[in-house]
Ligand binder design. Structure first.
Ligand SMILES: NC(=O)c1ccc[n+]([C@@H]2O[C@H](COP(=O)([O-])OP(=O)(O)OC[C@H]3O[C@@H](n4cnc5c(N)ncnc54)[C@H](OP(=O)(O)O)[C@@H]3O)[C@@H](O)[C@H]2O)c1
Length: 332
């Protein structure tokens, strides 16, 4: 029996619990899974025999709280310690200043010998090596497919499907909001108007700084550098130029030359950057809309391109589910 704790119960946390309930028959092929704990910023619910998923989801929808018990200033680790769990599913907000609560929760779980699945970019973009070392020292599995590209399977593609290949580089579109804005600018819309539309459609945050300044993409580039290239970097090592200074004139000039401008994250053994690039029309990275896309250059397989939804409730939850099943298989 594997017991899971879901930390952070917003878009992704709720999506995971929904998926665990919906995919019960698929999961049962790999063993028994029970969710024994859940917490949000204000409340928590812990039950060693398993929480009632549907009632927790209903409670959150109706009251904004996942549990009846008040946190009353308790730290995440205090609540984790009350629960009986084997794997922590970390879905609290990304904090790229100091890793926030997510980093503390992950460190605490690993130090207690628990496996960790996280979609939270902050801890991985800041403390990847420390967390990997802690996981190795304590015999824990740490997986984080959903932290880069949501449903687009880039990390496990490189580490598992392409195992044996030398990965020479990864170039990708890792932020759907920026790609949406640039796609709208291709059709003649000014930057500010495209940004406003992205916000109205719910693609961009009210404060879109992390997206348009390239910081969100840089987190993903740092994670890939560590996870795929075995480098020891943080987001501070990534050279970053965002899309907020791109003019309509630049877009028009690119179009005259049969090109588009896209925000590309590039990672290899020596490169680590995020910047707007000229991309020939028809190239896989000239994609329009909110999709994420990555081109993985390998030594013998040539370029391998993967594309998918970089965000969303069920999309991100699907990446967590694949990590969860991988953990269940390994622990069987
Ligand atoms: N949304 C996506 O499509 C997507 C895609 C890939 C990766 N991610 C990553 O997934 C994580 C979650 O994203 P989200 O969209 O689900 O965010 P969200 O909707 O804002 O949900 C965040 C959840 O974390 C809870 N929370 C805040 N502080 C907490 C704390 N100290 N302890 C425990 N819980 C806390 C919030 O509680 P309340 O409910 O009480 O406010 C909320 O339930 C982020 O790190 C994000 O970068 C998201």
């Amino acid at each position: 029996m594997m017991k899971a704790f879901i930390s952070g119960f917003g878009t992704v946390g709720q999506g995971v619990l929904e998926l665990i309930i919906m995919k019960g028959d698929v999961i049962s092929k790999y063993g028994d899974l029970t969710v024994t704990g859940v917490m949000d910023s204000k409340s928590y619910d812990v039950n060693d025999k398993g929480i009632c998923g549907l009632s927790v989801l209903g409670k959150k929808k109706n009251s904004g709280r996942c549990g009846d018990k008040d946190r009353n200033g308790m730290e995440g680790k205090d609540i984790l310690d009350m629960a009986d769990y084997d794997v922590l599913i970390e879905c609290t907000p990304t904090n790229i200043e100091d890793g926030g609560e997510g980093l503390k929760n992950i460190k605490h779980a690993l130090s207690k010998g628990k496996d960790v699945i996280t979609v939270n970019k902050g801890p991985l973009a800041l403390k990847f090596r420390e967390l990997s070392d802690l996981a190795a020292k304590n015999g824990c599995i740490m997986r984080y497919e959903g932290s880069v590209g949501g449903a687009m399977p880039i990390i496990n593609l490189c580490r598992e499907s392409l195992v044996g290949q030398k990965i020479k580089s990864i170039n990708g579109i890792f932020n759907g909001t920026c790609n949406f804005i640039l796609s709208r600018m291709d059709s003649g819309m000014p930057f500010q108007q495209a940004l406003k539309e992205a916000q109205q459609l719910g693609y961009a945050e009210t404060d879109p700084t992390y997206d348009i300044k390239g910081i969100d993409s840089a987190c993903k580039v740092a994670i890939l550098a560590n996870a795929v290239f075995g480098r020891n970097v943080t987001i501070k090592d990534v050279s970053i130029i965002g899309i907020d200074t791109i003019t309509q004139e630049a877009i028009a000039l690119a179009a005259e030359n049969n090109m588009v401008i896209r925000l590309i994250g590039e990672v290899s053994e020596t490169r680590l950057n995020v910047s707007p690039r000229l991309i020939p029309k028809g190239h896989p990275l000239s994609i329009t809309g909110t999709l994420n896309t990555a081109v993985v250059e390998t030594d013998f397989a040539g370029p391998v391109t993967v594309s998918g939804r970089g965000a969303g409730r069920s999309e991100t939850a699907s990446a967590i589910l694949s990590d969860l099943i991988a953990v269940m298989k390994e622990r069987k």
